[in-house]
Design a protein around this ligand. Structure first.
Ligand SMILES: Cc1cc2nc3c(=O)[nH]c(=O)nc-3n(C[C@H](O)[C@H](O)[C@H](O)COP(=O)(O)OP(=O)(O)OC[C@H]3O[C@@H](n4cnc5c(N)ncnc54)[C@H](O)[C@@H]3O)c2cc1C
Ligand code: SF4
Length: 488
């Protein structure tokens, strides 16, 4: 621990944001850099706890007190080494993670927690700036081959780990560019796409082959891949979107959030041929769904120049602080306000959309809602009840459905004969990531269902260890939280 009194001397500080009126004019990231002294002070706030609960909060088991201390001491290269020992892509999590580590931070019991995520981002950005993030190809090759299907964070992490173990890795991705939801879901204002490109360049230099524009199961059968490769990692994500099958759902203007976001990310990338344009410009927009996807639709609609943006959430409004029954260090279901929420949206809770309304040409003109209440009885699942007399009509020309994903696509699974659960998550235990078919592994959202980037990276790393063991009989690839580095 660098500074014993650090947590008493310094208040929590994180990067500030450019003013709303400036940042909504473009799709660039809008955080304002912090000075090195400020970052060191933030590192000094870490108490180097005897039992660092931040570790257990982090799905990667990041060695948080160690890198906090290194930052406090100004040992940035050491900090980058510690960070990369448990996380392949801290530049993604440092920008996008909801930071369960901070909710578990001991300092958070009676103070603001250590600004772990912000420290993480600044370590990795310093490392890129200084040229410390370089390709590390394996010293020798094993002669074994692995196919990774899907190039989201889970697939990329698995690929890098397996390549490090000396296997020849080929990543198949059906989209034109790699990154999965990082590329085509998350808008540039949350993470500019050159952040993915610079990392993928390193992966290519390390010897990983990327085959983009190849839809496994359609362009090439999964059984063919099974014959060609010694092992397969499935990391295709949870891509089946939840619909809203109510009257008027087929009207022009009722759009799936992912169609809207993906098209916009491609537009920002300079791609011209986008098919029918989906824009919020000059429209009253209603985003249905209060999660990350909904929030990204809000920020994007505001940048399009929507007349108004409203956000509906069927669940009740959660409390700002920790709810009763979800004490520290657990992840609390509390009200989260994103940067997009602060850009000009009205949020409504406990509201259910009953019907979309259109004109004679089939264009959406509005929708009808009711307020709902949740009935909770001990030992029973909560049920939803409409509040009588609360029906309301809203003007709306664009309704964005951001209600999450129900599971994964089954084509590849069916071709390989894989077992799935009732939600179409491919079955494999967290103990070894093995499916029911020998040599086929699964990681990320395709195994655990719709989740987080940090979990995808964690699962990709864990699965890689087990694939390596399957191929070689043993593995030196680290498991969760296994740092092989000396303390600072
Ligand atoms: C709009 C949105 C915003 C989000 N924001 C955040 C956030 O801020 N923070 C956070 O932590 N999480 C966020 N998430 C969740 C996070 O993005 C996912 O949990 C994570 O990307 C899952 O990683 P993955 O690698 O398992 O799958 P994905 O990222 O979904 O990648 C799967 C890849 O597999 C490809 N693929 C699928 N099938 C095939 C096939 N048969 N052949 C070839 N390729 C195939 C797909 O094209 C895709 O590129 C967000 C999700 C969405 C939708
Ligand atoms: S729990 Fe918080 S204060 Fe304790 S070691 Fe982790 S980051 Fe530092």
């Amino acid at each position: 621990m660098g500074k014993i009194t650090g947590f008493l001397e310094f208040d929590r500080k994180v990067e500030e944001y450019a003013p709303v009126e400036d940042r909504i004019k473009n799709y660039k990231e809008f955080t304002l850099p912090m000075k090195e002294k400020e970052l060191k002070d933030q590192g000094a706030r870490c108490m180097d706890c005897g039992i660092p609960f931040c570790h257990s909060g982090c799905p990667l088991g990041n060695l948080i007190p160690d890198f906090n201390d290194a930052v406090y001491l100004g040992k940035w290269e050491k900090a980058a080494e510690i960070l990369h020992s448990t996380n392949n892509f801290p530049e993604f999590t440092g920008r996008l993670c909801p930071a369960p580590c901070e909710e578990a931070c001991v300092l958070g019991i009676n103070e603001d927690p250590v600004s772990i995520e912000n420290i993480e981002k600044n370590i990795v950005e310093t490392a890129f700036k200084k040229g410390w993030v370089v390709a590390e190809p394996p010293e020798s090759r094993t002669g074994k081959t692995v196919a990774v299907i899907g190039a989201g964070p889970a697939g990329l992490a698995a690929a890098q780990q397996l390549n490090r173990a000396g296997h020849l890795v080929t990543v198949f991705e059906r989209d034109e560019k790699v990154g999965g939801l990082l590329r085509y879901g998350i808008p540039d204002f949350k993470m500019e796409k050159n952040i993915i490109d610079r990392r993928v360049d390193i992966l290519k230099e390390e010897g990983i082959t990327f085959k983009t524009g190849v839809h496994v199961g359609v362009d090439i059968s999964a059984t063919e891949l099974k014959e060609q490769f010694d092992a397969i990692v499935l990391s295709g994500g949870a891509t089946v979107r939840r619909g809203l099958p109510i009257e008027g759902a087929d009207l022009k203007g009722v759009v799936q959030a992912m169609d809207f976001l993906k098209q916009n990310n491609k537009r920002v990338d300079g791609i011209k041929d986008l098919g029918e344009e989906i824009k919020a410009t000059g429209k009253d927009v209603i985003v249905i769904g209060g999660g990350d996807t909904g929030s990204d639709c809000i920020g994007t609609s505001i940048r399009h120049g929507a007349t108004s943006v409203s956000n509906f959430e069927i669940l009740g409004k959660p409390p700002v602080g920790r709810p009763e029954g979800q004490p520290w260090p657990f992840w609390p279901m509390r009200l989260r306000t994103s940067t997009s929420h602060k850009e000009g949206v009205e949020r409504f809770f406990s509201i259910s959309t009953k019907k979309f309304v259109g004109d004679k040409d089939g264009n959406l003109t509005g929708l009808i809602t009711s307020e709902v209440e949740w009935i909770r009885e001990p030992g029973k699942r909560p049920t939803l009840k409409e509040v009588p007399g609360t029906e309301k009509k809203w003007k709306c020309e664009l309704a964005l459905l951001a209600m999450g994903f129900t599971g994964s696509e089954m084509t590849v699974a069916e071709q390989l004969g894989l077992e799935a659960d009732a939600r179409t998550n491919i079955k494999a235990s967290e103990a070894d990531y093995k499916t029911n078919v020998p040599g086929v592994f699964v990681a990320g959202d395709q195994r655990r269902g719709q989740s987080l980037i940090v979990w995808a990276i964690s699962e990709g790393r864990q699965a890689a260890h087990h694939v390596d063991t399957f191929l070689m009989g043993k593995s030196c690839l680290p498991l969760k939280g296994e740092g092989d580095l000396p303390r600072v």
